[in-house]
Write a protein that binds this ligand. Structure first.
Ligand SMILES: Cc1cc2nc3c(=O)[nH]c(=O)nc-3n(C[C@H](O)[C@H](O)[C@H](O)COP(=O)(O)O)c2cc1C
Length: 204
């Protein structure tokens, strides 16, 4: 099997894109992408994912300000000079404002089964996180199938309260990721991959 196989080619050519054309994404396309994302596998088919789709500029602006405000103390603690802090915060804000669509991906613990002890509960939570991540990958692949591109960002793990507050999410939802999505305005090189031999052990 090589890259000339169309399905493998498709999977290998999904790229993380961080610059988008200022072209709107239709609601119909977004719905198709989200529906395909829901076909991801999940432990016991509990589907513990929640998507929150933001395309309005006012919400993006507030979100950008909130996340930048949340990020600032971390940068100050790192001892960065003020000008560097402002540059980084500006980059964070710009990325949010320039993304045609933002999709927050959260874990809904109402769809995580209760277990009788801590060890099993931790395993259950890991399964839910894994399931949510698979929906995230499926979403990126569905976007790729539409000629769109995206980037997975992990900011929500560091600023869950800001995300919950600004997007009006229920208090128990756990934001896991935020995708910026749109028509690509760059064609990134493939970031290097480890060889199969480096990441695989065949036990024959
Ligand atoms: C869990 C996860 C978190 C990521 N967080 C970020 C992020 O916060 N910011 C960012 O620009 N890219 C982020 N990325 C994108 C990776 O940098 C990217 O997938 C990697 O460099 C490989 O590039 P590719 O997706 O084009 O194959 C994240 C990817 C994953 C899977």
């Amino acid at each position: 099997m090589n890259d000339s196989d169309p399905l493998h080619h498709f999977l290998r050519t999904r790229r993380t894109v961080r610059k988008f054309a200022p072209r709107p994404v239709s609601e119909e396309t977004l719905r198709r992408i989200l529906e395909t994302a829901t076909y991801a596998p999940s432990a016991r088919n509990r589907q513990p994912w929640q998507f929150t789709v933001v395309s309005n500029m006012e919400t993006k602006r507030s979100l950008a300000d909130d996340l930048a405000a949340d990020f600032r103390p971390d940068l100050e603690r790192d001892g960065l000079p003020e000008v560097e802090i402002e540059t980084r915060l500006d980059r964070t804000r710009r990325r949010i404002l320039d993304a045609p669509v933002i999709i927050a991906l959260s874990l809904n613990p109402d769809r995580v089964d209760a277990q009788p002890n801590r060890k099993r509960q931790e395993a259950e939570r890991s399964m839910a996180v894994q399931s949510v991540a698979l929906a995230g990958l499926q979403l990126m692949l569905a976007a790729h199938a539409e000629g769109l591109a995206s980037v997975w960002t992990c900011g929500p793990l560091f600023a869950p309260d800001a995300i919950r507050f600004r997007l009006g999410l229920p208090a128990n939802w756990q934001p896991q990721a935020m995708f910026f999505l749109g028509y690509p305005a760059e064609t990134p090189e493939v970031p290097g991959r480890l060889n199969v031999e480096e990441v695989t052990t065949f036990i024959r």
